[in-house]
Write a protein that binds this ligand. Structure first.
Ligand SMILES: [Zn+2]
Length: 422
């Protein structure tokens, strides 16, 4: 029966404990040795020591997998991606390798606006096909839930088309999707001399239409020096909140822009990037219960030369999550294990902390802590089975350490290939 599955002889990292995890609780993976796991109709119905499993109570006809002692984890949750777009920016990447900065590339007509040109010219079908191909890449890397943002349309029609592509792919792709409206990703070229008119357009035309059609769960803004100011961001986010969307925010990536303080002020679920977050803003995030979603892959590929102060954020009691920031310009890896690797070797997290940040805490930032992010009875049976019992294998970049990916109790990736249709 679809969605019925039994896994025996496994080592489990359950992450079983309430979300969000902060401080020292971040480092407890909830290990269970000699364990079994049962899914019925796509949801977990048993998770625990094999000795507690009643053989008579197993779903009849279920697929049974012997994990041969390998480690089984919750499927990864990626809470920050930009994977609806058209075209490529390979020439810019070459310029960056030769030493050009993000700001220099943007100032010479490159960056986000290049993707906007190609995305506006693409049909809904083309956007959907590109998104599906990228979702397959996420799935092969073990991601079973992902947030996906619009933000390369920057005009009402193309923004709606981007969100429509997310809705279509989300209807049947194995990766569960959470859509975010990011019409305020950049000021489009035609509004550079009239920024306030573009903010007006986002607030009076795009947000009402996105809300009316129920196309986005969250609204996000790129609050950054040279992009949207704190007051412009506040106006857009307040409008979105009144229209029923929850908030997340690109904050303090390239400079201390005041974005993290704004996220705390508005009760956003998450402030993302935070490479330049101040001690005062960290304190405000902790007080407001606003998560810090860190994207070390972006800092790495943008050659920023520094990472977000993860240890200080954890020490201050802020909820820390990780994301890939998969995007056409500066997020070239869709792999959450790669984000975890950078978190461990660039930002000082332990493996166990990185795992919690890439699963349970990431799910919390999306409001999905009751559905995803840990191996707990009642949640979706979304999981990753490694080839070995060793969590540390996840940081061996380039080695195929994931043996299987399961979504809703069905094996969807086996030995590095998609299986099972959809
Ligand atoms: Zn982003």
């Amino acid at each position: 029966v679809s969605g019925d599955l039994v896994i025996r002889n496994a080592s489990l990292a359950t992450l079983a404990a309430p979300a969000p995890r902060r401080g020292s609780a971040l480092g407890d993976p909830g290990l269970v040795e000699s364990a079994a796991l049962v899914a019925r109709a796509g949801r977990l119905s048993f998770v625990g020591p094999e000795s507690g499993l009643d053989p008579a109570a197993l779903p009849t006809g279920a697929r049974v997998i012997d994990a041969e002692g390998a480690l089984v984890l919750p499927g990864f949750v990626d809470p920050h991606t930009h994977i609806v777009f058209s075209g490529d920016r390979d020439d810019e990447l070459r310029r960056r390798l030769a030493g050009a900065s993000y700001a220099e590339i943007a100032a010479s007509g490159g960056g986000i606006v290049r993707s906007v040109e190609a995305t506006r010219a693409a049909s809904l079908e083309e956007l959907e096909a590109g998104l599906r191909a990228r979702l397959d890449e996420l799935l092969l890397a073990g991601t079973t839930t992902a947030e996906v943002k619009s933000g390369y349309g920057l005009e009402t029609g193309a923004e709606l088309r981007s969100l429509e592509a997310i809705a279509r792919a989300g209807a049947d792709h194995p990766v569960s999707l959470v859509p975010t409206f990011l019409g305020a990703h950049e000021i489009p070229l035609e509004h550079r001399s009239s920024r306030e008119r573009y903010v007006e357009l986002v607030c009076t035309e795009m947000i009402p239409e996105v809300a009316r059609r129920g196309l986005a769960r969250f609204c996000d803004v790129f609050c950054e020096r040279g992009v949207f100011t704190v007051s412009e961001s506040r106006r857009i986010l307040v409008t979105a909140r009144e229209a029923g969307m929850d908030l997340r925010l690109h904050a303090d990536e390239l400079a201390d822009s005041g974005g993290a303080g704004l996220a705390a002020e508005l009760g956003a679920r998450s402030a993302d990037h935070l490479v330049h977050v101040t001690a005062e803003s960290r304190r405000r995030l902790a007080e407001a219960g606003c998560a810090a979603t860190l994207l070390p892959g972006a800092a790495f590929y943008l050659k920023l030369g520094r990472y977000a102060p993860a240890r200080e954020l954890i020490g201050d009691g802020v909820t820390v999550a990780l994301a890939s920031d998969s995007n056409p310009g500066g997020g070239l890896s869709p792999s959450m294990p790669f984000a975890m690797t950078l978190a461990c070797f660039g930002m000082g997290l332990s493996l166990e902390e990185a795992l919690c940040a890439a699963t349970l805490n990431a799910a919390w930032t999306l409001g999905l802590e009751h559905e995803a992010g840990s191996l707990v009875v009642g949640k979706r049976a979304d999981l990753v089975m490694l080839r070995s019992p060793r969590l540390i294998d996840l940081v061996r970049v380039g080695v195929r350490v994931i043996r299987r990916v399961v979504v809703g109790g069905r094996v969807v990736v086996e030995d590095g290939a998609r299986v099972g249709g959809a």
